[in-house]
Design a binder for this molecule. Structure first.
Ligand SMILES: [Zn+2]
Length: 390
């Protein structure tokens, strides 16, 4: 059975996560597959809770509390803002007193699950059910590691060798990892509930990728390339190089804004300023306006407080400002020798605003809302790719 997109996203991120006990990676994924019905449960789809984790006060700061009607009655469960937050939160959950001593039982996957299973599920047969999924979990993790070793590419290419070729788009989730690099800090904004911009940028970007593939017509071939699929940072220049290396038609950076003032909000999209050597200005502005309009309209439909801050040059109108390194035309391959790549840089919203926190991060419909928002951007992207081809 083919893994669904959500399970693939979980596997991709978890396969590259630093674990204190790497020998437990497979069995833990197997447990999440059992608990979430292979990422089909409502708790996993709506709240990124792949472990069926009930709310416990120690989870404050790692999750938010939601009421949920499970098979054993209504109760409070954990809602996670991103898949990365769930992975962190799972270990926080285990580090509570009911599981004390678990780290003395980690020499094999079986030992671990036989120790925690009866506490987790109150069921002696639970460990065996998880162990039966271990081969499948291990194989999914191996596939993810292999795909990464093969280098960055769109492994879910819509490509049957026929149909209209729309070309390549590179999606660049902002920030990542723990090191500040030239043109790309590890993180910038932090949401009201403490979720880092880099985690939201990755989550939204992976949803955007899936939406582009899902919303392309069957007769259309295209490829979505991600500059990163896990929690790592890349220098700004290297991100832009992806567009050149993959002969991309479009390069789209995704970020979130932050402000000292909790009331600031709105959506804005940047393009490379003419003064910063943009030889592709009109096309970049067209692309920036298309994604800006699509994203803003969808956010406005979800929340009347949404605000259109418009498209802006990356020097913000000040010719002496250098602009964003990641939008450097030369690194994108915009020179006379080849077709120019259109580039845009979305600041989707201010995550320091409590309404945005509820709408897109930790409110009950946050995952659904962000999926709708990324579907709108996906449609705009596909229209651009079609327009460039014709
Ligand atoms: Zn940013």
């Amino acid at each position: 059975m083919a893994a669904n997109e959500l399970l693939k996203r979980l596997v991709t991120i978890f396969s590259d996560d630093d674990l204190r006990h790497p020998q437990l990676r497979g069995i833990v994924l197997a447990q999440w597959m059992l608990e979430s019905g292979r990422a089909t449960s409502e708790l996993s789809v709506k709240h990124y809770n792949f472990g069926g984790l009930k709310w416990r006060k120690e989870m404050a700061g790692f999750a938010t509390r939601i009421q949920y009607e499970a098979h054993d009655g209504a109760d409070f469960y954990c809602k996670f803002a991103t898949i990365e937050n769930f992975i962190t939160g799972y270990w926080v959950f285990l580090n509570r007193s009911p599981y004390s001593g678990w780290e003395a039982n980690v020499s094999t996957p079986e030992e671990f699950i036989k120790f925690i299973g009866p506490i987790y599920a109150g069921d002696e047969s639970y460990a065996d059910k998880v162990i039966s999924l271990l081969p499948e979990a291990t194989s999914l993790l191996e596939q993810a590691v292999r795909a990464r070793a093969d280098g960055p590419h769109g492994d879910q290419e819509n490509d049957d060798g026929r149909g209209d070729d729309l070309g390549v788009i590179v999606i660049d989730p902002g920030h990542g990892g723990i090191q500040n690099l030239p043109g790309s800090d590890a993180n910038h904004a932090i949401s009201v509930s403490g979720v880092k911009e880099k985690k939201l940028a990755l989550d939204f970007s992976l949803i955007l990728r899936d939406q582009i593939y899902a919303r392309a017509q069957r007769s259309e071939r295209l490829k979505v390339v991600m500059t990163r699929e896990t929690d790592k940072n890349l220098p700004g220049k290297e991100r832009a190089r992806f567009a050149f290396d993959h002969k991309a038609k479009l390069f789209l950076c995704l970020h979130f804004n932050g402000s000292q003032s909790g009331s600031a909000r709105g959506t804005e999209t940047y393009y490379r300023a003419k003064e910063n050597g943009n030889i592709n200005l009109q096309d970049d502005m067209t692309f920036a306006q298309a994604v800006q309009t699509a994203l803003f309209k969808q956010l406005k439909a979800l929340d009347s407080g949404a605000r259109d801050r418009g498209i802006k040059p990356d020097n913000q109108g000040n010719p002496s400002l250098p602009g964003f390194g990641v939008l450097n035309d030369h690194n994108l391959g915009n020179d006379e020798r080849r077709d120019p790549c259109r580039a845009a840089y979305i600041e989707a919203e201010f995550i320091t605003n409590p309404s945005v926190e509820k709408l897109l991060i930790s409110g009950p419909d946050a995952v659904n809302n962000r999926t709708l928002a990324m579907a709108a951007v996906a449609d705009a992207v596909l229209q651009q790719m079609r327009a460039i081809r014709s």
